[in-house]
Design a protein around this ligand. Structure first.
Ligand code: FEO
Length: 161
């Protein structure tokens, strides 16, 4: 069994990972409506990964003999200003997820819970990748500026994810 605090925060984390999936799916819907299917496809894949993250936490609670209690998922935003604004928001969101993973890790350290630290190591590494990917696309979109041509090129690159 985990400490009460860690089990409770991991239950919250399951909700937050599912919210991430919901947010990225909403961003995918925006890109579909803007006729940018490559961007939409990238976001749909991202949403799928977030569901996998939620399931990893789900399984971990079960493996440790703690109970999963699902919480209500908030409605994500549905309107966005521009592709750049979307990815800036995605990057900010990932930074907030990193802070959450660090919080969980801090609890596991305080608890002397080595199994949880080992489990969370995967997420620590994953967050480096998540922030790197979002940052790269933000930078590409800034370079593209108002060029439709550059935007379509990025759209094509993201389709290949
Ligand atoms: Fe589950 Fe994008 O971090």
């Amino acid at each position: 069994m985990l400490s009460k605090n860690l089990a409770s925060e991991i239950n919250t984390q399951i909700k937050l990972e599912l919210y991430s999936a919901y947010l990225y799916l909403s961003m995918a819907a925006y890109f579909e409506s803007e006729n940018l299917p490559g961007f939409a496809s990238w976001m749909k894949k991202q949403a799928g990964e977030e569901q996998e993250h939620a399931l990893k936490f789900f399984e971990y609670l079960n493996d440790r003999g703690d109970k999963v209690v699902l919480q209500a998922i908030e409605q994500p935003p549905s309107t966005f200003k521009s592709p750049l604004a979307v990815f800036e928001q995605a990057l900010e969101h990932e930074k907030s997820v990193t802070a959450r993973i660090n919080l969980l890790y801090g609890i596991a350290v305080k608890d002397n819970d080595y199994a949880s630290q080992t489990f969370l190591n995967w997420f620590v590494t994953e967050q480096v990748e998540e922030e790197k990917n979002a940052t790269q696309i933000v930078e590409w979109l800034k370079m593209a500026g108002d060029s439709a041509n550059a935007l379509f090129q990025i759209n094509g690159m993201l389709a290949g994810r």
